[in-house]
Write a protein that binds this ligand. Structure first.
Ligand SMILES: [Zn+2]
Length: 114
């Protein structure tokens, strides 16, 4: 018998979700999730937490200079916006008749995964 080791924490947010930011300098802003990093419980959101990176003129950036880049934020700072009711919402999980697990909106009850 082998014991299943679950190292990855469950993430309610998935790539492609629209989220709103709850705290920090980007509070109230929203964007699309570009990347989910479950091991760090972080998400990379389009247009959120932009940091200016200074590049030395070499390699990929022969001109050098500044580069605006999104930096991942903690998933706990982001809340999914329901496509159906268009409001930030908490996620519930539901099992369909065929056994598929889907995420649903706690506000309107609609499925978030299509
Ligand atoms: Zn909803």
């Amino acid at each position: 018998m082998s014991v299943e080791v679950k190292t990855m924490p469950k993430m309610n947010i998935k790539k492609g979700d629209k989220v709103t930011i709850l705290s920090g300098k980007d509070r109230g802003k929203s964007g699309k999730v570009l990347q989910v990093i479950p091991s760090e419980k972080k998400v990379l959101v389009e247009g959120i937490n932009i940091c200016v990176k200074h590049k030395k003129p070499r390699g990929r950036y022969p001109q050098g200079g500044k580069l605006n880049q999104e930096v991942s934020v903690f998933a706990s700072k982001a809340m999914i916006i329901c496509k159906n009711c268009d409001k930030p919402t908490r996620i519930a999980r539901k099992e369909l008749e065929d056994g598929t697990r889907v995420r649903t909106c706690k506000k309107c009850g609609e499925q978030i995964d299509v």
